[in-house]
Ligand binder design. Structure first.
Ligand code: SAM
Length: 253
């Protein structure tokens, strides 16, 4: 099994890929939030949905778990006037996030190293917690859901994009067929569980274009093109085991 901390630390040490950004823009068009340096399939529609459903008052406290370079959480914080705390296993991602926060009109409470299982954040200290396309990397999903519940204040909102799977993808932590029972068990009422539009076609096209342009990607990153090819092909096969990409809105009881 891959050491994800090491893998993501290496990924985020490099600047965001311009070749990947062009691919994402080609596939997602206006829905691609290019200015946020995302490392995910998040769309502008997802972000608007999250900002609306977070129900944050100005000055409210928002956490983004698996925040990567920080763009999505900072965008939601800017749109809701909330204070953002970002958590990720990769310090290199957090260093980018801190620089990004300085260039956006956002007051971050901080970006800190932590994991889904152990965020290091205080009990009941957030009105909203979000997580974009990262929960699939959590090795223990029930524990991650319990951690979301622990750090949220009663009535707080959870906003997550992730995937349900049929079967176990190769070289990934254990996946689940439906996140709703886990969330309910952790103390949440699931308010909506929406499949995001065109997710499968968009993801497949993104990976196909990455394969077509693997030479450009390898030249940009200094990676071995064969290794990149193998990884994209594996991602395509893993995507076939996904049954839906969902945007979950839940409220802590
Ligand atoms: C696909 S990226 C998404 C990043 C960001 N949310 C975005 O939309 O750009 C997945 C993120 O999850 C983080 N991650 C992986 N495993 C994690 C874990 N166990 N706990 C917390 N974060 C983790 C990675 O470092 C990476 O930043």
């Amino acid at each position: 099994m891959t050491d994800w901390k090491a893998a993501f630390t290496a990924t985020f040490r490099a600047p965001a890929s311009a070749v990947s950004a062009r691919i994402w823009a080609e596939v997602y068009g206006d829905e691609y939030p290019a200015e946020l340096d995302t490392y995910s399939f998040v769309t502008r529609s997802d972000l608007h949905h999250i900002a609306r459903e977070a129900r944050l008052a100005p000055g409210g406290r928002l956490a983004d778990i698996g925040c990567g370079r920080g763009g999505p959480g900072l965008w939601v914080a800017a749109h809701t006037r909330a204070t953002l705390t970002g958590v990720d296993i990769a310090e290199t991602a957090l260093a980018s996030a801190r620089r990004r926060a300085e260039s956006m009109d956002v007051e971050p409470a901080g970006f800190r190293v932590g994991s889904f299982e152990d965020t290091g954040l205080d009990d009941a200290s957030f009105e909203a917690v979000m997580s974009i396309d990262a929960l699939l990397f959590a090795p223990d999903k029930p524990r991650a859901c319990a951690e979301f519940a622990r750090i949220l204040a009663p009535g707080g909102r959870l906003l997550v994009t992730t995937w349900d799977f049929e079967g176990q993808p190769v070289n990934r932590p254990p996946q689940v067929a439906d996140h709703r029972p886990l969330l309910e068990e952790a103390g949440f009422d699931v308010l909506s569980y929406e499949v995001t539009p065109d997710w499968r076609e968009r993801q497949r096209r993104t990976m196909e274009l990455s394969l077509e342009r693997v030479a450009d990607l390898a030249a940009e990153s200094g990676d071995d093109p064969d290794r990149l090819c193998t990884s994209f092909e594996q991602t395509l096969r893993n995507q076939d085991l996904m049954t839906r990409r969902v945007l979950i809105v839940a409220s802590l009881r």
